[in-house]
Design a protein around this ligand. Sequence first.
Ligand SMILES: [Fe+2]
Ligand SMILES: [Fe+2]
Length: 324
Amino acid sequence: MRLRLFQRHWVAFVESTFLSLVRLPKSNTDLLEEIAPDVERLYNRHLDAPRLWYPHEQIDWGSGQDFGTHPWSASDYPLADGVRSAIYVNLLTEDNLPYYTSTLLSNAPANHPIREWNLQWTMEENRHSMVMRDWVHITRCIDPTLLEDGRRVQMSTGEVPQPDTFADLICYVAFQERATQIAHRNTGAHLPKDDKMGRNVLALIAGDETKHYLFYRDLAAAGFAIDPSSMMMAAARQVVNFAMPGTGIPAFTRHAVRIAREGIYGLTQFVKDVLSPVLELWDVDHLAGLTAEAEKAREELDRTIAKLVQMVERMAQKAAAETA
Ligand SMILES: [Fe+2]
Ligand SMILES: [Fe+2]
């Protein structure tokens, strides 16, 4: 009898301790309000390390040729298909900026510092498509007619992800900024050594993306400290459903396959260079105070990562066997 009473007390003690440690998810509005000081802190950090560069100074204007007298030909700039696809997809993704701005601002209440950040972000992103297009036209590295046709198609659909909550949004953008940083960096590394202009342009863009990534990565880390359960569920949703920006681009899948085959960006980079470092920094494996639903989300995230890692390993083995 005494033992049973002890057991009951023990169970009650464990339950009350556990429940007091569980942190209930906050509303979208509460998260936005509580994260405001972190937005200001990270925005100021961003401004403290300015990256001022001028698109017009990166281009060797004298090396260009008139397209009327010298129509574009693939032999103007010999390049592997996968690298051409990467330039095409990366540039069109940058062109689609207005729709990203609109999504980001729709999650930014009036007078919230995230609004100011979004405007700064837009200002910085806008120069990426400008400078890339100048470089593309001067060097003729991809077909300008194909590029413009793609821009018209993509921008007239305005297809961009629309995360449901602020927690989803900052998780998605952290992954996406890291992914674009890797894609620009690896594309630059695949350019011929003598295209110093292109290598420099893509390095400058990748540098901007690094700063954007650091902002969102650390903002999401602050979100995990404020509301671990909502952030855990959001991170899991975003990993399970993650798609690279650019799905509205004509023949996107064909280009994505070529880009991955070239080793520029694909599942391997997504797992090794995007998911692993970001999730490790957020320390998702050791988050405490999760609700039962958030614990389930973490388990789903674990299963998804394990599956992706397996796929990457199988792909590497297949590639090694083909090489052999
Ligand atoms: Fe960009
Ligand atoms: Fe960016």
